[in-house]
Design a protein around this ligand. Structure first.
Ligand SMILES: Nc1ncnc2c1ncn2[C@@H]1O[C@H](COP(=O)(O)OP(=O)(O)O)[C@@H](O)[C@H]1O
Ligand SMILES: [Mg+2]
Length: 370
């Protein structure tokens, strides 16, 4: 997926931005507060219908505007647009036709963000790594979303029975034993869908691992890196057996302890957890290797390419590692949007022929060339 033309209006301080001819590698430089991250935020909104900086889109809308609009025309002439108004109206369109879910936008425009939050892939809780994993599986397994949604529903129903909603209190809930017959249908549903999702996730990590290790080797020298998938329940039990074993504990806590909602990825360096041994710069490069590997695998399995947003690329990286990252980004078949305060920090970093375009951002205006 390559964006050819980009229109942004009413996003933060970007009152109106038109970029008619995006390149393969688009570099936005300018002073603090000029609007660089807002350009990336706009692209993120186009692909996910939400911001990466705030949970609501309200604060994203320009103070003087009533709505924000992001519109992209892709190289294959398809179009995608997102509008969000201050009074919570929203409209998503693909090729001029309204679509109703953000997952349809995501499917149309696979996009990855690398920013200061990317450290949480290593330092944060399992939820961030599950989101990373599920982004990948969602884009390569058309059936994934259907089964994933069924799992969310089964867990919600099961936990609500375990907690004992008013209508269930007579049969147990948190303070008594809930009848096995009430949980049984949800246990069966959970076990069924979880097997499908677990198989997809395990296969995904098996395929991702060689790409990840190769890219990581190109970016930084680390001692015996490993990536291991943890499915969320004991390897020696089926999920049905694990749910049976946990029944009492689940009832006491009012939540489900085993299952795909507990899946994680264990990333190790020299046999130790990566976050315990790596510097910030090394962590950033490892997170980049993970996300770039996803783009390579996406292309290998579906022929689609992923758009990369890299906010403040030079942060935490010395010149050599910055160069290594730009070389890998420029060599991907993906379109890249990068920001930095100082253009010199990214000059002469890109592979020859990678089609770099430079933009200067000043007070919400985006100007070609620096
Ligand atoms: N809703 C808004 N309306 C207008 N300006 C905003 C809004 N939200 C943030 N800003 C301003 O937008 C500017 C751009 O921020 P940002 O894109 O983060 O800058 P950069 O990444 O270049 O440092 C900041 O100066 C900020 O104060
Ligand atoms: Mg910024």
């Amino acid at each position: 997926m390559t964006i050819k033309r980009l229109h942004i209006s009413g996003v933060r301080n970007l009152e109106k931005v038109e970029i008619d001819d995006c390149g393969s590698v688009n570099i936005f430089t300018g002073a603090n507060g000029s609007g660089k991250t807002s350009v990336l935020e706009s692209l993120f909104i186009l692909a996910r219908a939400r911001s990466f900086r705030s949970t609501k889109l309200g604060p994203v809308i320009n103070h003087l505007a009533t709505r924000c609009v992001v519109f992209g025309e892709l190289l294959d002439q398809s179009t995608i647009g997102v509008m969000r108004s201050r009074n919570d109206q929203q409209l998503f369109k693909i090729n001029g036709n309204p679509v109703h879910t953000a997952s349809q936008l995501a499917e149309q425009l696979p996009l990855q963000l690398i920013n200061a939050e990317s450290f949480s892939l290593l330092e944060g809780g399992p939820r961030v790594r599950r989101q990373f994993l599920d982004w990948g599986v969602f884009h390569v397994e058309p059936e994934f979303l259907f089964h994933w949604r069924r799992i969310q529903k089964a867990i919600k129903q099961r936990n609500s029975l375990l907690r004992g909603r008013p209508e269930n209190r007579s049969s147990g809930g948190k303070n008594g034993r809930i009848a096995d017959s009430e949980l049984a249908p949800w246990d069966a549903e959970l076990a069924l869908c979880s097997d499908v999702v677990d198989t997809m996730r395990a296969a995904y990590i098996r395929r991702l691992a060689p790409h990840f290790l190769h890219l990581l080797g190109e970016l930084v020298a680390l001692d015996k890196p490993e990536i291991l998938y943890q499915r969320g329940w004991s390897e020696d039990l089926t999920l049905a057996q694990a749910l049976e074993r946990d029944r009492q504990r689940d009832s006491q806590h009012g939540s489900t302890h085993s299952g795909p909602q507990r899946a994680d990825i264990d990333i190790r360096v020299g046999g130790r957890p990566a976050e315990d041994v790596l510097s910030r710069g090394q962590e950033k490069l490892l997170a980049c290797a993970l996300m770039l590997a996803q783009g390579v695998l996406l292309h290998e399995l579906t022929g689609k390419t992923c758009i990369y947003l890299v906010d403040d690329l030079p942060a935490e990286l010395d010149r050599q590692h910055r160069q290594a990252l730009c070389q890998q980004l420029g060599a991907m078949r993906s379109q890249v949007f990068v920001t930095a305060t100082d253009p010199d920090s990214l000059r002469d970093c890109w592979p020859a022929g990678s089609g770099t375009k430079w933009f200067h951002v000043e007070h919400g205006q985006v100007l070609l060339g620096t």
